[in-house]
Design a protein around this ligand. Structure first.
Ligand code: HSE
Length: 440
């Protein structure tokens, strides 16, 4: 057996991912040491409750409640506590002591990334976070390293498994949002409080991280436009299917040119209509996928498990091997690249396409009146589809549903158009407004 220098690894947190990191290290530690060129010695696992049940057994002598004490003297610290504090403080302490840090904490990177990256750079350490976005799927390194020679134009990501599961069940089984959410909760995908998933806070954090990497620009979480899936109805899902689309919650990171011809970055999350022929439409259940459109590479798709203990542990252990190799070679860590420093564009200046459903009186002149509203706001109509909704009782006019697809227009014009339609006398109700993404 080869004699390696030992690297001391401190693990903070032994939840579903942390416990699996320990289990995988016990199973494959020798092989990982050969890959890293260094022994990986787990010196302890900091937990809140030593006796809490865990998904894999951890030798009791490794467990401690003293996270700060454990960090002292560690070469590599793995933070799997989650949340902002005490994770932020502990990571800063670890970096300031010169340790490399590995984290799966998307909320922390999205909220305090610049502070943590600066702390790492100051001491020549490195912060690794492959597990922070889309669990097991390698996407941080591909964006940071593999695509460093290319220009990323756009990323469309299904980065929240819970909401993808819900929308998929609504689409395939005709379930209501409530039924699908209850099933996602029973299967352990959704948290007891699913707000972060269904209101898209989780996906927004991941969008901030992906956009920052793809465009070499620090994108703060506050700059990510966010709409969750709670307003999506069974009728919308059904209508989408009939029109050849599927509704997906997308994290969209895009390099755009604004009205003055200047480049900028848009990061946004919302449920959107995706054509059934698009590769993202085939992402079912709780799976994640990140579709990257790059100038030279063309379209790439990264697909797999976006959560799960052992799956996410794979990404953490990949970072652990990288950090160990870095220690063996020596020298400063690779700093985060934010030289692009592009302005972050507000949602109003993004251009997109809408599909708008209207309930209207089925009588002469209505189509012309609706077309006038689009025309007045400079929005070009691409498709119109009409179905008679009801023949109307005695004394009442019949109603029809108009489904109008637009050409690309600015969000500001499209939003104004929807407001004007809602207050137009010929329109009884605006029944659905969804954006269309991923079509040519
Ligand atoms: N709650 C997330 C999801 C997993 O449903 O995808 C962790 O980011």
């Amino acid at each position: 057996m080869i004699e390696y220098r030992n690297l001391r690894v401190a693990l903070l947190g032994a939840g579903s991912v942390g416990a699996q990191v320990v289990a995988q290290l016990q199973k494959h530690g020798e092989e990982l040491a050969n890959r890293a060129g260094a022994g990986i010695e787990l010196i302890g696992v900091a937990v809140r409750d030593i006796d809490a049940p865990r998904t894999a057994e951890i030798p009791r002598e490794l467990l401690t409640t003293d996270a700060e004490g454990l960090i002292v003297g560690a070469d590599i610290v793995v933070e799997l506590i989650g949340g902002l504090e005490p994770a932020r403080t502990l990571i800063l302490e670890a970096l300031n002591s010169g340790a490399d840090v590995i984290t799966a904490n998307k909320a922390l990177i999205a909220t305090h990334g610049p502070e943590l990256f600066a702390a790492a750079e100051q001491v020549g350490a490195q912060l690794f976070y492959e597990a922070a976005v889309a669990g097991a799927i390698p996407i941080i390194r591909p964006l940071r390293d593999s695509l460093a020679g290319d220009q990323v134009h756009r990323i469309l990501g299904i980065v929240n498994g819970t909401t993808n599961y819900i929308l998929d069940r609504m689409d395939l089984e005709g379930q209501s949002l409530e039924e699908a959410l209850a099933e996602a909760t029973a299967l352990g995908y959704a948290e007891a409080d699913p707000t972060a998933d269904i209101e898209a806070y989780d996906a927004a954090q991941k969008a901030a991280i992906l956009a920052s990497l793809a465009f070499h620009t620090s994108v703060p979480i506050e700059a990510v436009y966010r709409e969750g899936i709670t307003a999506i109805t069974g009728e919308q899902v059904e209508a989408a299917r009939r029109a050849g689309y599927v509704i997906k919650l997308l994290a969209i990171c895009e390099r755009m040119i604004d009205a003055d011809g200047d480049a900028g970055v848009s990061a946004r999350v919302y449920p959107a209509l995706v054509p059934r022929a698009h590769p993202l439409a085939a992402v079912h259940g709780a799976k994640n996928a990140v579709f990257v459109e790059a100038e030279a590479a063309g379209d790439l798709m990264f697909y797999g498990a976006g959560a799960g203990g052992v799956e996410t542990a794979s990404a953490v252990l990949g970072d652990l091997v990288s950090a160990a190799r870095r220690h063996v070679i020596g020298g400063p860590g690779i700093a985060e690249s934010t030289h692009g420093d592009l302005p972050i564009l507000p949602i109003e200046s993004v251009t997109t396409r809408y599909q708008i459903s209207l309930l209207v009186n089925d009588q002469p002149g209505v189509l012309a009146a609706v077309a006038t509203v689009f025309n007045e706001h400079g929005v070009s109509v691409e498709t119109v589809h009409q179905t008679v909704s009801s023949l109307g009782a005695e004394g009442e006019s019949a109603t029809a549903t108009l489904v109008i697809g637009t050409h690309e227009a600015s969000e500001a014009s499209l939003a104004d158009t929807v407001d004007a339609l809602a207050s137009n006398d010929t329109v009884r109700a605006v029944t659905s407004v969804l954006r269309v993404e991923g079509s040519e």
